[in-house]
Ligand binder design. Structure first.
Ligand code: ATP
Length: 359
């Protein structure tokens, strides 16, 4: 298993990039630890595939280097990188049995005998494929085939990393959840470095120890799922993760208070003077803005209540600024006048989109 260093790594599909906007991947430096389960998460076009293809060797970056365990692999083709890949669509040989399909990557590397048998049976067991080992690929369902593809990716114990490119896209929704948790368990059991590309936050959050959030060709945050939730490093992370996402409101911030729409709201930390012309916003997740009876907090107008089953979300306007808040179980909302109370420690301040650390 390898530690992956991305050093000043960037890519432009345009031959002579002149500005930031010419880069599909803006130059970045990151270290991904050996044995980590990373998810690359971001909307379509943010550069996930470009980054994955550079790591796998399908694409040579226009700038910077990729190192596996300190060794520069930037110029090496995919075959020479010792990685396994699982794609969106299953790669299964129809004429081979499930056993032979799983053994193929090992035999292809020259392995023979009991070691192959033991590993194939271990992986088959982990993926619940043991009863199917003698069946041929032809005739299996798309779900079963994708499980075999996952198994083929996981079977080699010596790979530097396994790269998954949206591997559950074609899987039936009821099986998705099961396979996601299984992949997580497999990661723990097999101690492999895994990189999993997806645009689906649930998929990323259930699979990964560390989520790499990408936006517009940049990595905007690398963090544990709970860190991305509690302290988004960028307003984009706040919007993209969570449902509904973080409220982002224009504000003036001075010391330990934010002025939003004319109302002063206490903050959990003190902030340095932010008057250098930056665009200042505060971010607060709906989970930390709670609806309360009128007259008990910051006045808001309720425009709608959505009952999501486990929780009710209120759409409100704070001095005309739309935002979402949580409705406590015991609150009955009558009329459109209400208040909001905030958890000050969970209000964050952003300058030009990036988190400002308070003191
Ligand atoms: P998706 O989830 O849709 O696959 P992505 O996050 O993987 O998107 P990329 O496919 O890496 O994003 O694309 C990043 C940017 O680079 C996009 O603006 C895309 O149009 C551009 N791009 C991707 N491949 C090429 C190419 N071969 N030539 C020119 N531009 C490209």
């Amino acid at each position: 298993m390898a530690r992956i260093d991305l050093q000043n790594l960037g890519h432009s599909y345009t031959p002579n990039p002149r500005s930031d906007t010419d880069y599909a991947l803006k130059p970045m430096t990151h270290v991904w630890e050996q044995g980590g389960a990373y998810a690359l998460l971001g909307p379509s076009g943010c550069g996930k595939t470009t980054l994955l293809n550079i790591i796998s060797g399908l694409l040579t970056p226009s700038e910077g280097r990729v190192l596996f365990d300190g060794k520069d692999v930037t110029a090496l083709p995919t075959e020479a990188r010792n990685i396994a890949q699982v794609f969106q669509f299953p790669v299964v040989y129809d004429t081979m049995t499930v056993y032979e399909n799983l053994a193929f990557p090992l035999r292809n590397r020259g392995l023979r005998g009991p070691a192959v048998d033991a590993r194939v049976r271990e992986i088959a067991e982990l993926l619940d494929l043991t009863p199917d080992l003698k069946r041929r690929g032809r005739g299996l369902t798309a779900d079963a085939k994708q499980k075999i593809s996952l198994g083929r990716g996981l079977v080699r114990p010596d790979v530097a990393a396994i790269l998954f490119d949206e591997p559950l896209t074609v899987i039936d929704p009821h099986l998705k959840w099961e396979l996601r948790s299984k992949l997580k368990a497999l990661h723990r059991a097999l101690d492999l470095t895994m990189i999993y590309v997806t645009h689906d936050q649930t998929e990323a959050l259930t699979f990964a120890d560390k989520v790499v959030v990408m936006h517009d060709g940049r990595v905007v945050q690398i963090g544990r799922p709970d860190e991305l939730f509690a302290k988004p490093a960028h307003v984009f992370v706040g919007h993209f993760i969570g449902s509904p996402g973080m409220n982002v409101l224009p504000a003036e911030v001075a010391g330990r208070a934010a002025k939003i729409g004319g109302h002063v709201i206490p903050l959990g930390r003190a902030y340095p003077p932010l008057n250098g012309g930056e665009k200042i916003e505060v971010g607060v997740r709906p989970e930390f803005a709670t609806l309360a009876p009128a007259g008990t907090g910051v006045p808001v107008r309720v425009t709608r209540i959505d009952d999501l089953g486990r929780v009710r979300i209120a759409k409100v306007e704070l001095s005309g600024l739309p935002m979402a808040a949580t409705v406590p179980e015991n609150l009955s909302v009558t009329g459109d006048e209400a208040s909001l109370t905030f958890d000050p420690s969970m209000i964050h301040v952003y300058a030009n989109g990036s988190l400002v650390e308070g003191e």
